[in-house]
Design a protein around this ligand. Sequence first.
Ligand SMILES: [Zn+2]
Length: 234
Amino acid sequence: MNLLGRLRSSRAEDRFEAWFTRMHRERVLSGQTEPVGPCPNEAFLRGLARRSKAISLSDPRIDHAANCANCMNRLLLLREQHRSQSRKLAFAFGTAVCLILAVGIFAWSRYSSHRQQMLASASPVPQTVDLWNAGTYRGEQPGQLQSVVLPAARVQLTIILPRFSSPGQYLVAVTRDQSGNGVVAEGLSPASTSNGQERLSVNLDLRNARAGAYFLSTTHEQDQAAYYYPLQIR
Ligand SMILES: [Zn+2]
């Protein structure tokens, strides 16, 4: 017999067995059978309904239960209870798995965003401010020529000083106003010449600065001349 044939015949057997079981159950429930021995206790019927492996197939109580209307009724009820419990258990298990996954994903995203923040705050953001053309034109305030935007982070700031700036040491500061009050961050840097331009390089910690309007100032150490440029922190 080929596989399909075997499958067909096994399906026919299954159908026959189901039919036979149904017929037998109806006979038992209508009291047409005569059970041998006393009714087994609830624990045994419960085990039978759960198809417990602890119960031997040769146990005479199985024979009794299979032919007793009372036991059969009880068994059908217990089996239904057991099935619905299993479904509930499977549902609870599925829910628990989903919950654990959700918590895991949430924790992981928290951890990775925290880690990114740590990394972001650990390494300074490189920024360049070009003041080369600031203050070139007579009669104009240097501040009106350049509006600088910096992030509220640790900034590795490179400043290209205005044309004709003196070499030497400079104090770079971020202040609240144009008179140098309310210093948010500051740093000293010697000017270095490259391509005929004077450049400063300072680390400014602007992490605690609120977004808003500030001033960026450069003060030459020798002549103490301070220049202020409007600055936006975002
Ligand atoms: Zn019985």
